[in-house]
Design a protein around this ligand. Structure first.
Ligand code: NOJ
Ligand code: CA
Length: 760
């Protein structure tokens, strides 16, 4: 329940300008709030020339040094200085909300808030006291701004125990109505040359490996970390992306990100290495504008997460809390999904998305596929899809993704074609009706695939028909994709029009009761709280990069990319050697089998794939058992060990409500595991993943119910396991366990482990 603890403080601007109200050694930052536990304090104010500033402390030590706030506008004016503070309001909230799916059943949203109103009025000008132009002789009357206000910019600070969120707000009662942003000037001045885990700044992709370095080393290394991607646009060697994880020499974890990016571009961070100051660097649209605003409006939240322990970073719900509550009234159709896919065989080159080699230039509606000779390598053919459906049904999965089912794949990549797919016309060997009926009869849903090839124009043109087709045949989830440069030409994956497109696709999908998993779309910023039909995103380097992925990548992503929402990382690759999966291909992935099992617990996603081929799972049935047993939605999550890039160990308790609900009941492997012999057992799953150095995990089973005995099945790296030299050696051991036991589990380089615990 929200509770207002103190009211408005009116402020004399003259006092502010002279700094008379100073409360700390930075004389202009006169206003402050503490986090609920008192450890964090944010100060805000303006300098003598009216420049808004803020700074952040933890127990009296600087986390963010005085940093400026404001904007430059495209018309040459600025919202950077000349402000007076006209009002400061304080508030607090302490509420608990329940996500539709998530890492835990209850999320506490507890913060103190400060809203600072700044007004930029030309010297000498007064606002009318009432009515249009009532007492101000200079006032000429403006129906859009009846009170004659100057430019009004508010800054709302929310301070939590684990970090700060702040955003700009532009109220209706304002000289500003339509205005375009040239630059957002928000800065984050760091207090030292911290260690950082970063990827190079880009307007179009996050599909990069992370680099760990000092902040001062970013500029020198950034260029060499960029790889060839279907669409990539760097802007500076000193640019990095959010979420940026840092660690100070004193062991403090600082994470810069953003929350609730709606109708606004996504930001990168540009580092001034001389001063150790990051500045927001918004993604421009095709005309170079970095935000088209119409008051009343708000920006996304800028966030600074501050934790004294890496495990607290993983437990933080700062980004979700800063998003709006669920906007969907009836959420009964939204559910977690454990799925397989006619997918890895295409990624590895075993089969193709396309149907024929006969047609170099496809024109949908004109090209007659039935007259063309199939090349015989098309993966999405009826027989193969039925094989996956059979396997998925026999092993307790919920769904099967099928890519390459629709016409157009012969001629889509790299040509920036507008009308590329229509999302409704299947290839001749893919029988939409028959395959869906076959799947449904076995308790499986097919997952639709919409590769837009980044022509959002074309996707929006066909979206309604595409969603209607899904409704007609009983698809309730779509994987969308945005490979290549964006059409409208000149736009970027992270520019404002694209941000609006992704949300449009989610909202229209919700009207059709469709869940969305968007690849290559913008990295998430917690919008899944508001739109829980957004059950997944890729937006980072995932399994599709195969051997290019560094060991340790999956020990960084939960600190960075996953802070904004779940990732469709597509784990579960038990065969690392591509030449075995797809004869004639080459390359090896750098993880052990136990590592892939551990990911099902360390990576939170309500949409989890078992990405490998059925035939590879058949070769490792005992390891595959964990993938079958594990749940994907949780009542409780505990972070037992964590260090970015090195290791993560997580324990999770499945959400029974999910297992019992709707069509998951009785069919999913996790249901069968929890409801052994028809009765519910107390179940926990523990997972570990390890980076470039082996690590022994210490798993204290303090979370088990005291006095209860559990059967424990441990899937661990064998003593000789190593991601490069022995990736497939693992040991499975069964034992009894109880609260208070401590299990030591060695994890290999690029290794991991999984542990299931079920009450006897
Ligand atoms: C890139 C996606 O990340 C991948 O999963 C998909 O298979 C291809 N695009 C084709 O759409
Ligand atoms: Ca991708």
């Amino acid at each position: 329940m929200k509770r207002i603890i103190s009211a408005i403080v009116a402020v004399a601007a003259a006092l502010m300008a002279t700094g008379c109200t100073s409360v700390n050694e930075a004389p202009d930052l006169a206003y402050s709030i503490n986090s609920p536990d008192g450890t964090l304090t944010v100060y805000a104010g303006i300098t003598a020339d009216g420049t808004p500033l803020y700074r952040l402390e933890r127990n009296g030590e600087a986390v963010v040094l005085p940093s400026r706030l404001g904007f430059e506008l495209t018309d040459g004016s600025s919202l950077a200085d000349g402000f007076t503070i006209t009002k400061v309001e304080y508030d607090t909230a302490d509420e608990t909300w329940h996500p539709v799916w998530g890492e835990e059943r209850d999320i506490r949203n507890h913060y103190n808030e400060m809203l600072i109103t700044c007004e930029q009025r030309p010297e000498g000008a007064k606002a009318p006291q009432s009515g249009v132009g009532a007492t101000d002789p200079d006032y000429t009357g403006d129906p859009g701004n009846p009170s004659g206000k100057g430019a009004v910019m508010q800054i709302r600070f929310r301070l939590y125990d684990d970090g700060l969120g702040f955003r700009y707000e532009f109220p209706q009662d304002n000289k500003l109505r339509y205005f375009n942003i040239k630059e957002e000037l928000t800065e984050f001045a760091m207090s030292g040359d911290h260690t950082a885990w970063w990827i190079s700044g880009d307007y179009d992709t996050q599909e990069y490996n992370y680099t760990c370095s000092r902040l001062s080393e970013i500029g020198a290394h950034s260029g060499s970390t960029r790889i060839n991607n279907a669409s990539a646009t760097g802007f500076s060697d000193a640019g990095v992306q959010t979420a940026l994880q840092m660690k100070t020499d004193d062991g403090l974890y600082i994470n810069l990100h953003e929350a609730a990016v709606v109708n606004y571009p996504t930001t990168n961070l540009a580092l001034d290495e001389r001063r150790m100051v990051f500045r927001t660097w918004l993604t421009p649209d095709a005309e170079g504008v970095k935000g088209r605003m119409q008051a009343p409006c708000v920006t996304p939240w800028r966030t600074v997460q501050v934790c004294d322990d890496a495990r607290k970073v993983l437990a933080s719900r700062l980004i979700l809390n800063l998003n709006e509550p669920c906007a969907i009234d009836d959420v009964s159709w939204i559910h977690p999904v454990k799925y397989m896919g006619v997918w890895w065989e295409m990624i590895t080159g075993k089969t193709q998305w396309s149907y024929t080699w006969d047609v170099p230039s496809v024109q949908l509606g004109v090209t007659d596929y039935r007259a063309l000779k199939p090349h015989g390598q098309h993966g999405a053919n009826n027989e193969n899809v039925m094989r996956y459906i059979d396997f998925a049904a026999a092993n307790g999965f919920d769904a099967v993704l099928v890519e390459g089912w629709n016409e157009g794949w012969e001629d889509w990549f790299g040509c920036q074609k507008d009308y590329v797919f229509d999302f409704v016309t299947p290839y001749p060997d893919f029988d939409l009706e028959r395959l869906n009926a076959y799947a449904h009869a076995k308790g499986i849903r097919l997952v639709m695939h919409h590769e837009t090839s980044s022509s959002t124009v074309n996707y929006e043109r066909h979206m309604e028909a595409a969603y209607q087709l899904m409704n007609r045949y009983g698809y309730d989830a779509v994987k969308s994709g945005y490979v290549g440069n964006i059409i409208p030409y000149g736009e970027h994956h992270y520019s404002q029009p694209l941000i609006n497109h992704y949300l449009y696709a989610i909202q229209r999908a919700a009207e059709h009761h469709i869940m969305v998993n968007a690849h290559e779309a913008v990295r998430p910023t917690g919008l899944c709280r508001t739109w829980p039909n957004l059950i997944g995103n890729e937006s980072a380097m995932g399994t599709e990069y195969r051997g290019a992925i560094n060991p340790g990548h999956t020990c960084i992503l939960p600190f960075t990319r996953l802070q904004g929402g779940p990732m469709d990382y597509t784990p579960g690759i038990l065969e690392q050697d591509m030449s075995i999966t797809a004869p004639g291909q080459h390359g090896k992935m750098r993880h052990t089998i136990a590592n892939q099992l551990g990911l099902y617990v360390t990576f939170y996603s309500p949409l989890q794939m078992a990405a490998d081929l059925p035939e590879n799972y058949e070769r490792f049935p005992d390891a595959f058992q964990f993938i079958k047993d594990v749940a994907v939605d949780w009542d409780e999550s505990l972070y037992l060990e964590a260090e970015p890039g090195e290791y993560i160990v997580t324990a999770r308790k499945p959400r029974l409500q999910t297992l019992n609900s709707g069509r998951l009941s009785g069919k999913s492997g996790a249901y069968q595991f929890v409801y052994k012999d028809g009765k519910p057992h107390d179940v926990w799953y523990v997972g570990g993943v390890c980076g470039d150095k082996a690590h022994e995990a210490t798993v204290a089973l303090d979370f088990l119910t005291p006095g209860v005995r559990y059967e424990a099945v441990l899937y661990a790296d064998a003593p000789d396991a190593d991601c490069d030299s022995a990736p497939q050696t693992y040991v499975i051991s069964r034992s009894e366990a109880a609260a208070g036991d401590v299990i030591k589990v060695p994890m290999a380089r690029g290794g991991g482990f999984a542990l299931s615990l079920r009450s006897l």
